[in-house]
Ligand binder design. Sequence first.
Ligand code: IVH
Length: 683
Amino acid sequence: MNDYKVPKEILARVKSISEEILKHNYNYYVLDKPEITDHLYDQLFRELQELEAKYPSVSSEHSPTKRVGGEPLSSFSIFKHDPPMMSLDNIFSKDELIVYEERILRFLEKENGKKKFDYVIEPKLDGVAVEVIYTDGNFSYGGTRGDGINGEDVTENLRTIRSLPLRLLRGKDLPVSPKYLSIRGEVVFPISSFHDLNIKREKEGVSLFANPRNAAAGSLRQLDSSVTSSRPLDIFFYALGRCEGYDFSSQSEMLEILPKWGLPVSPFATVCSSTEEIYLLYQDFLEKRRNFSYELDGMVIKVNSFSYQKLLGNTSRAPRWATAYKFPAESSTTIVKDIIFQVGRTGTVTPVAILKPVKVGGVEVSRATLHNEGEIFRKDILVGDTVNIERAGDVIPKISSVINSKRPKDAYRKNFPEKCPVCEKLLYKHIDEAAIRCTNVLCSAVVSERIKHFASTSAMDIDGLGEKMIEKLVTSEYVNEPSDLYRLRFEKLLLLDRMGNKSAKNLIDSIEKSKNTTLDRFIFSLGIRFVGDRVSKIIALNYKSINELMHADKESLLKLDDIGEIVAESIVTFFSTLESLKFVENLLEVGISFNINENEQNDVKEGAFSNKSFVITGTLKKIKRADAKKLIEKLGGRLLGSVSNKTDYLILGDDPGKKYNDALKLGIEILNEDKFENLLAGV
Ligand code: IVH
């Protein structure tokens, strides 16, 4: 095509996208700190590829489309890849899949009239690509991909990865391991450990990793390999560099042999022979993408036969015999319209970003918690900023980063307030804590949150005392603390806005009814930090009265199952303040009395679920969580907050969280709502 008259705007656009891509390559590969989402990056890359195809003269050999990745970091020595490590082209839709297959068919037909062939479909792992060399079956050295020709030598760090064999397995029934093997794969960071790592980093005050891929890169590119060793990295192999001494004929054969030598491969690779099959598999991957232990950003389609791969060959950047079929974005970009400060039950003030509503992974998001003051600073979030929103392993979306290049001139910082945004009393920061708190016990936000907790289903279970009603009671100053609820008079309630006879009577009745409770519910209702409903039950089983608990020391609490330092300390501290003692005393004064614990009743009644522990993840459609909990407990089971190897069943709702991954990993029996119902029916 003759394109000597390339419009000026096109030239300018090509220049600006090229520069932008180079900058993002640097952020991604060298700094491990991407500024934009993969999806936006792919869009830019595509646009440039299309412009270069349309106007070949604008394309130079230095164009980012001709390069594979980033430059190696200077502090590691260079690792040369021979042959170079290629990248992959992307497709995003069924139509593109059809076009892709047609292209392969045309090519193979032209070459030697071949028509029938199959593909191997593998998950596209989102981690760091590496090459590892084995000589005479021994791990020799390895490096990151870098720009595809030169990577960084991270031999010592690779050595610390538990799943990477330092010696290939040999045995009389095994294929002879090769004299020389260079093999490529992905180093990945487990999603479940990613969250723990970030919690730890937050406590240490160091910057958080944006996603498991950055955690993998940050862990592998450490100058001190003992740091790498402390991280739970994993590796999966998927491509051959060079192999002397064994001749593979196809990708599927390679994926069968590698594990025999001890080299891990993804267990989810599948051979397919038509685009229809590939598409079905794609939909299946897409549906289950949250269930994997490692982050996936799509799947990779590879022509299975190595001789066909050879026929198809490569372009300057990527092989023709493979392509990535990417998942749609689970991340998005939007604008921060405001940052507000919310006061919680314990008085903690949490910054919350108010966002221009945007869909992320199918869900509309209009706010994101910023956790604490440190987070706003670390991520440097200003009002007016364009930010990346991500839903990773987590269900709750978060701001992963700010796109600095899109910061408007009038963007402004929202400083953490010095005074409580609700009661205007001075805020307080404890030296050991990241949190900033309002310590005014009469702050209406704190009071409302405390009452909300006190009245909730797992606490005193006061029917009809919802958020709106609580707000009315608190702003009218009828209620300043939970015990005031029990002093409410019918006549006074009638004075409240839109309060009729019937609702006033119902409210008084349900408050009265709640007086008759169990010790575990009462303990939970006090809202002691780190004392959830499960811990409350454990305590109630061991301390027969509230008075006994109020005098308990740390050592005796520590003897209880599942109660560690932090919880024990929190309980003792709670009961050591006069305020809390008065708070409990007031409640006892209004006539709260205790039945035997529900747990004890269960113990007596030896239920069908006795000794069985359940965990719920996601939203249940048919039954309220609190009701499911009641049923489980009624039958003698326990509902726990997190999955461990002691969990018997995971009940799976919509939009499950990380507990689902944990359960899959530990091989715990998973019940969808129907199965849970059947289990109940069979009792
Ligand atoms: S094959 C020449 N297989 O995706 C083929 N790559 O965007 C080279 N990746 O650099 C790659 N899972 O880091 C291949 N099953 C898989 C993969 C995979 C993840 C990564 C790899 C590659 C990148 C391209």
